[in-house]
Design a protein around this ligand. Structure first.
Ligand SMILES: [Zn+2]
Length: 118
């Protein structure tokens, strides 16, 4: 099945030629009738996907500034997710400042929520 964004953005217009040539919409055309809502839904999904979490392997890059991040830590039998602090030197620490002794495989920034609008 194709991606939901492609399906939402698909134009399957079935407007009758008589409407098309007059630049009018055929009231029986589902594509045209739902186009605005589908576009809005697709835009919203894209916006949410952009804000969604994405792991960045430490071999790819490290945080540019000292920051608290989510990290994937390789333990003996599993990979765990924890909040951690990355020092400017690139060393990882637990939030309580203990060093992380196991390998950190990947990290991701903490996503700030949108500003609250009362
Ligand atoms: Zn149409």
């Amino acid at each position: 099945m194709t991606d939901i964004l492609q399906r939402l953005r698909a134009d399957y217009c079935t407007c009758h030629e008589a409407y098309r040539t007059r630049d009018m919409l055929d009231p029986t055309c589902e594509s045209c009738a739902t186009k605005d809502d589908r576009t809005e839904a697709a835009d919203e999904i894209e916006r949410l996907r952009d804000g969604a979490s994405r792991w960045i392997p430490v071999t790819e890059r490290m945080p540019e500034i000292a920051a608290t991040c989510w990290v994937a830590i390789e333990m003996r039998y599993e990979v765990i997710t924890r909040l951690a602090y990355c020092e400017r030197s690139g060393n990882w620490q637990h939030i309580d400042a203990r060093p992380i002794l196991s390998p950190v495989l990947a990290w991701q920034p903490i996503i700030e929520p949108e500003a609250y609008k009362p």
